[in-house]
Design a protein around this ligand. Structure first.
Ligand code: UT7
Length: 319
């Protein structure tokens, strides 16, 4: 039997830190409102010269170094992003060139904030099929580019960054089970409803969200998909050492852990210092806790995504 296993993690955050006070200085908001309603204290924002592929490159180099895998030994690249460098070529192809490698398949995964979990499950299937051995799976975003910086209801929530893992074939799991879901009937509650046509922007190029509806939906499906994934792996919720939900709002994270009866110490929270980095949030949080020595070899980690589409999903992995 072939399985896949995470053998290295990496991440990158752009150097510029934006604190809540910067928003309070020019919008009708406050540090207190943002902290109390979201848990967010600060976020990193990319320089105009940095695109998703640049953030992905730094995160990938760190993950490859941690895994002791050379770029030329990677045989699959999947980049989860909703903020690609261009309409095409894909950010994955641009990243492949920046890594100095050729020929392996490279493609983007568009599932918004669930993108990393979708990409991880996809790479797992390539490896289990026996056709690929070492995949680079990345979540990379520059959501700062699609925010209306005058809309206090959305611009305070998001940040930029990238996280990456190297997923390699293994004799033991590794990844135990993944469950992916989508329901396009909820497309309207979280979207960037614009496109480019004949050189003009049609619709809106800015993120729009019905926050309260998204909140309720997220808590409901994160609970459901955690239970489904643990059951698919033949395990029990109490077997989970760490829960890494998509880092959107600390109240969503805490509500999910509460519904699942998971002790607070097993919940990974990084949204306070990263903001919501969409597809990058789960691998960023994973890498931070691995490098801090909190998530260690043998720990069981349940990673969860939820976002626009609507999409949601989870993967259960032994590190
Ligand atoms: O990545 C996945 C997608 N994103 C999420 O999962 C986010 C999900 N939603 C949320 O996290 C929360 O719904 C928000 C943080 C977006 C909003 O929190 P809320 O407790 O649901 O507030 P609300 O939208 O019900 O708004 C309450 C009030 C409103 O004022 P009125 O109508 O009561 O007078 C808003 O206009 O808070 C107001 N408000 C703000 N006030 C100060 C909204 N944004 C701000 C702000 N500062 N930044």
């Amino acid at each position: 039997m072939i399985y896949s296993r995470i053998v290295g993690t990496g991440s990158y955050l752009p150097p510029r830190v934006v604190k809540n006070s910067e928003f309070a200085a020019r919008l009708d908001t406050s540090d207190q409102w943002i902290r109390e309603r979201t848990g967010i204290v600060q976020r990193h924002i990319a320089d105009e010269s940095q695109a998703s592929s640049d953030l992905a490159l730094e995160a990938s180099r760190a993950a490859l170094a941690a895994a002791e895998v050379r770029p030329q030994d990677v045989d699959l690249i999947i980049v989860a992003t909703s903020t690609p460098d261009f309409i095409f070529p894909s950010t994955a192809c641009l990243l492949q060139a920046k890594l100095g490698i050729r020929n392996c398949p490279a493609f983007d995964m568009q599932a918004v904030c669930s993108g990393f979990v979708y990409a991880l499950a996809t790479a797992d299937n390539f490896i289990r099929a026996g056709t690929h051995k070492r995949a680079l799976v990345i979540g990379a975003e520059v959501f700062s580019r699609i925010l209306d910086w005058n809309d206090r209801g959305t611009c305070v929530l998001f940040g930029d960054g990238a996280g990456a893992v190297v997923l390699a074939s293994a004799e033991r799991p590794g990844l135990h089970a993944s469950v992916l879901r989508a329901d396009g009937s909820h497309a309207g509650i979280l979207s960037v409803p614009g496109n480019v046509c004949g050189g003009r922007i049609i619709g809106s190029p800015f993120l729009q969200m019905q926050g309260a509806q998204v909140f309720k939906f997220a808590v409901k499906v994160l609970d459901e998909v955690a239970r489904e994934t643990v059951a698919a792996a033949g395990m029990d919720l109490m077997d989970i050492d760490w829960l890494i939900p998509h880092q959107a709002n600390v109240r969503i994270l805490e509500a999910t852990a509460r519904k699942l009866n998971l002790p607070h110490e097993r919940l990974v929270v990084t949204v306070d210092h990263h903001g919501n980095t969409s597809a990058a949030s789960v691998p960023l949080a994973l890498d931070e806790f691995v490098r801090a020595g909190k998530i260690r070899a043998g720990h069981r980690v349940l990673m969860q995504g939820v976002g626009g589409g609507f999409t949601w999903g989870a993967t259960l992995a032994t590190m």
